[in-house]
Design a protein around this ligand. Sequence first.
Ligand SMILES: *Cc1c(COP(=O)(O)O)cnc(C)c1O
Length: 438
Amino acid sequence: MSTNQLLKPITIEEGNNLCVGGCDMVDLANKYGTPLYVIDEQTIRSVCKEYKKAFSKYEKVKMMYASKALCTSAISKILASENFGFDVVSGGEIYTVYKAGIDMSTVLFNGNNKTPDEIELAIKYGVGRFSIDNYHEVELISELSKKYGKTVDALLRITPGIECHTHKYIQTGQLDSKFGFDLSQIDSIIEHILTVDKTINIRGLHAHIGSQIFEPQCYADEVEVLVKEIARIDNKYNIKLDEINIGGGLGVKYVSSDNPPSIEIISDSIIDSLNKNIEKYGIEKPTLYLEPGRSIISTAGVTLYTVGSSKQVPGMTKYVSVDGGMADNPRPSMYEAEYYAEVANKKNDSTKEKITIAGKFCESGDILIKDIELPKLEAGDIICVYNTGAYNYSMASNYNRALKPAMVLVNNSQSDMIIYRETLEDLVSRDNIPGRLL
Ligand SMILES: *Cc1c(COP(=O)(O)O)cnc(C)c1O
C-alpha cells in the first residue's frame, strides 16, 4: 500500500506494548516524558522514495518538502539526504534550514507578505528561488538584490482558478485568494518585472491548489492551466519559462474512512496531463517541481500522552483527559480535524469503552478525539495518537503557558531527541519587568 494511505507509521509492532521504530512507546514515555512527539525515520524515507519512484516516469522532476508541515534541523537533514529541496515561508524557516547546513540553492521562498528583513535574509543566504506573489515584493527584492549585487531567480505565484480540498473541488475563472496573481494579472506583472533593472529573472510558474486533496483530476487541470500560460507567455513576450511548480496538497489517511489516492495515482494523473498539454500547447518540456508537506511527514509522527482525570456526564459523554491537547495539536479545535488513537500499554486488552479524549487546556473546544472506542482507561495509561507529524509541532503554542513537548526520532530501536522539551525557565526567559514595576 502507498505510504500516504497508511493510518500508522510503517514500523509499528504490536507486542504487549505498542512499538514504533523498534522502540517501546511506554519506555519512550517514561524516558522522555509526555506529551511526546515521536517521529519514525523509516516512514519519512519510505514516502520520499515512493515519491521519487512515482515521478521518475517524467524526465525532469525536482522534489521539494514544504517545511511548514514540520520544520526542525534534524528533519531538514533527513529530507536533504533524500535529495529534496525546501519550500519555506518565513525568516524562521530560512534560518532553520540554513543552520542545518542545507544547500540554499535548493530552497524556494514563498509567501504573500514577505517582510523586508525576510527578503534580505533570503538574498544574503542565497535562497535558490523566490515565488513572487505581489508588486510590493518586486520593489523590495529589486532594492535589496541591488544592495547585495545579486540577481534573483523567481517563479510567479499564480492562482489557476482551481481550488481543491478533501471534499471540495472548485474550478472557476477567478479565485478570491490572498495568494499570488490572478490569471488576468499575469501580463502586467511580467511587464512590470521586465522594467525593474533586470534583477529578477523569471524562471517559471508556481501554484498550490489546496491541502488534504483526494482528487487526482485537480492536479491534471492545474497542470493544463500552467502549461497553457507558459505557451501564451512565450508567444506574447518571447520569454521561455522552463519550470512549473504545482505545489503540494496530497492527502493522508487520518481515520479509517479517509481514502486518499496513492502517490502513484496522483503522479500518473500529473505526468499524463503534463505530457499531453506540452504537446497540445507546443512548449519545451519544463522541469516539474512538487512540494508536498503533509503527505511526507504526517504518518511518520505519533504523539504520546498520559491519561489523567476522567468525567462521566450522567447519561452522556465520558471525557478522559490527557496531559496535552490544543497547545500541541490545534487542528481538532481549529477545524474539527479527526484523529485515530490506541493505548500503548493496553495493546492486548479487549475491553471496549466509547470515550472522548479531552485536552487539558481552558477551552471547551479542546477535544482531541470525539467518541472513540478504546480499552477501559485509567490514570497513567499512555495514549498514542497517530498521524501527528504534520501541522502539530509546527502549529504548537504556549497557550496556558504550556511547555512545548519534546520530539524524538526513532529508527532501528534507537531514539534520539531532536527537539528538547521546553522548561519553565525557557518560558520566562523572554519576559521582562520594566524597572518602574520593580
Ligand atoms: C502549504 C503548502 C504546501 C504544502 O501543502 P501540504 O498540504 O502540506 O502538502 C506546498 N506549497 C505551498 C505553496 C503551500 O502553501
